[in-house]
Design a protein around this ligand. Structure first.
Ligand SMILES: C[S@@+](CC[C@H](N)C(=O)[O-])C[C@H]1O[C@@H](n2cnc3c(N)ncnc32)[C@H](O)[C@@H]1O
Length: 306
């Protein structure tokens, strides 16, 4: 691995919206400069009218050169979250997502976890052989088993469960005990007494928010927000290589991270840039006033001396 060129590094570390194919654009970025990649790529053969479809049978081959670049630019302790869902073709689910997971593992990724986005307001409809599709995968890949994970940042209120279950503790609840069915499962519910917050599950319950977005496949702001809080700290660099309307960039900027977006569509790059520019201007303001404060201080010092 070559040492990163400092000029390139400074490009990678400022928020940016880039036009082009993500595999090509990322070649301008140095190795190991990104803390988190959160993205939702074009789904196979869908929305062909909006931004071109990829055939399900060709999806893995289409994706791999891009994920090779993701692997290169991601820091060793970074994470890659891929929001994706296979479509049904001729009455059965296509297997391209499953094939992609296997191919990504062969490419060097660890398939660390699978989170589920439960779409609380999923599209209504009726099919003869299945029910409404109310969930999508958020596949979590890493480069190694130890990676940055701020579990406390996404804790949730204990809520009703704490109110009702903990009020009526039985004798089995207050001592640690092995399950009465004889397995090694042990619990001590009393440990949860007096706690307000608990760790979440790997299911995110979020409504889709397409109505107020200018992209037909935008995901809700809460989705990238959750992963950014979980896998990065303030000042870290978040990349969305299929940025669309810039939902990931918006979440990253609001959470004080550096946001980098890439899209093949000029229209979407412009949308991303409109999110970045005000944030960059805000960053410049204090520096401007700092500079003018320094100038007036110097003037004051000069007049004190005279
Ligand atoms: C599912 S949309 C992303 C939507 C986004 N998450 C949002 O909330 O608006 C996928 C995006 O990938 C872009 N895209 C397609 N092929 C690409 C490529 N090779 N490189 C970069 N962007 C690409 C499309 O233009 C589209 O905006």
């Amino acid at each position: 691995m070559n040492a990163p060129d400092p000029v390139q590094l400074s490009v990678a570390l400022s928020s940016a919206a880039n036009l082009g194919d993500c595999a090509s654009v990322l070649q301008r970025y140095p190795d190991a400069c990104i803390d988190l990649i959160v993205t939702s790529p074009p789904y196979a053969d869908q929305r062909a009218n909006t931004y071109g479809g990829v055939k399900p049978d060709e999806y893995v081959q289409w994706f791999l050169p891009k994920s090779e670049q993701f692997l290169r630019v991601l820091k060793p302790g970074g994470s890659f979250v891929l929001n994706i869902k296979e479509k049904a073709i001729h009455g059965e689910r296509h297997t391209y997502v499953l094939e992609l997971i296997i191919a990504l593992r062969k490419q060097g990724w660890l398939w660390t976890e699978e989170y589920v986005w439960h779409k609380k307001n999923c599209f209504p409809g009726k099919w003869p052989n299945r029910f409404r599709d109310a969930w999508e995968r958020c596949l979590h890949f890493t480069k190694r088993r130890q990676f940055k994970m701020n579990q406390e940042a996404v804790m949730v209120p204990m809520g009703d469960w704490a109110q009702t279950r903990l009020k009526s503790l039985g004798k089995n609840d207050v001592v640690r005990y092995d399950s009465q069915v004889g397995n090694a499962f042990a619990k001590n519910i009393a440990n949860w007494q007096g706690r307000d917050m608990a760790y979440p599950t790997n299911v995110l319950h979020l409504a889709t928010e397409c109505s107020n977005k200018q992209h037909s496949a935008a995901y809700p702001l809460g989705l990238p927000q959750w992963f950014i809080k979980l896998f990065t700290d303030e000042g870290d660099v978040v990349l969305d290589p299929f940025a669309g309307s810039g939902t990931t960039l918006q979440a990253a900027i609001e959470l004080k991270r550096v946001a980098i977006g890439i899209d093949v569509s000029q229209e979407f790059v412009d949308m991303c840039q409109s999110l970045i520019s005000p944030a960059q201007n805000r960053l410049l303001e204090p520096r401007t006033s700092y500079a003018s404060a320094r100038r007036s201080q110097t003037v004051r010092q000069k007049s004190d001396r005279s």
